[in-house]
Design a protein around this ligand. Structure first.
Ligand code: CP
Ligand code: NVA
Length: 309
């Protein structure tokens, strides 16, 4: 069965297949309205159940539209409406029921252990819609956006990240190995990516470079990504962390050292890590980035059901 949980566990050729399919699907939709179906409606009769233990706007809407455009339908659950949320039914039984009623399950969770338990007990594909350690659907979609705007394979581009070492960065790091691109990261010393992940990068000949000065990361970069300093349910001393990131805020000063055609992506929602001016500048491609999630998630759903063309 094909789950979509962490990029590092998915063969590179399958990730590339997902992007290629999404490119074809997007171009075929040019004249279609939001709820019009893709030709042949390949997921007709299929049900995606999505459950969110944390807030979501984009992931929720884009998965809903993705399955609808493919001819299927979606049901969104809140854990507090289910027995599982009150801990009065084990994950194993909940998973069994999901597997008999639905065809795909997407989970946004605050616990890696829950993802593992669902994976173990589900007999339908599981999609990770953000966990403490990763946000794979976001990053795969961002690669699509980067290649669409830059009209080049990401392996020929220099990618940078200025910001927290969080779930989104973890997936970007994993992607840098799978898609073989240069990734320069700038973050404060205390908030560096996890050692284990960097060891995995080194073992797999990855090209990840870590700096403690944003100017080092932005040099020669084609694409800059960032995210909030404080993620949902981040259990840190917030004011201390924000202070440590003071010099990492993306502003005109930092961008003085950037290439003229550098573009900026942000998974959203945003916080204080980027100035309004930069966020609203022509470099920022955040709206198309957000919309592209629909296209890539359609191909993720098809991949999970072994229906990629
Ligand atoms: N980027 C993203 O996943 O947004 P949501 O939290 O709104 O789903
Ligand atoms: N790092 C952020 C991403 C939100 C889409 C969080 O986990 O809150």
């Amino acid at each position: 069965m094909k789950h979509f949980i962490n990029l590092k566990d998915i063969p590179a050729k399958n990730l590339r297949k997902i992007i290629t399919d999404a490119k074809k699907r997007k171009s075929l939709r040019k004249k279609l309205g939001t709820l019009e179906l893709d030709k042949h409606a390949p997921l007709k009769g299929k049900l995606l159940i999505q459950m969110f233990e944390k807030s979501s706007l984009r992931t929720r809407l884009s998965f809903y539209l993705a399955i609808k455009q493919l001819g299927g339908t979606a049901l969104t659950l809140r854990p507090d409406e289910l027995h599982i949320g009150k801990r009065s039914e084990p994950i194993s039984d909940t998973a069994k029921i999901l597997g008999t009623y639905a065809d795909l399950f997407m989970l946004r969770t605050d616990s890696e252990k829950k993802l593992e338990l669902f994976k173990k007990n589900l007999d339908i594909p599981l999609i990770n819609g953000l966990s403490p350690n990763s946000h794979p659907a976001q990053i795969l979609s961002d690669i699509f956006t980067i290649e669409e705007i830059k009209k080049k394979s990401i392996s020929k581009l220099n990618i940078s990240w200025i910001g927290d070492s969080n779930n989104v960065l973890n997936s970007l790091i994993e992607a840098s190995v799978k898609f073989s691109f240069n990734l320069k990261i700038a973050c404060p010393k205390e908030f560096m990516p996890k050692k284990k992940l960097i060891e995995w990068v080194r073992k797999n000949d990855g090209k990840v470079y870590i700096f403690n000065n944003p100017l080092d990361a932005i040099k020669n970069s084609d694409v800059l990504l960032t995210d909030k300093v404080i993620s949902m349910n981040d259990k840190v001393n917030k004011s201390y962390k924000i202070k440590k990131f003071k010099n990492f805020k993306i502003n005109d000063q930092i961008l003085k050292n950037a290439k003229k055609d550098l573009i900026i992506l942000h998974c959203l929602p945003r916080g204080d890590e980027i100035t309004d001016k930069v966020f609203n500048s022509v470099r920022s491609k955040v709206w198309i980035q957000a919309l592209n999630r629909v296209h890539v998630q359609k191909s993720i759903l098809l991949y999970c059901l072994d229906k990629l063309r």
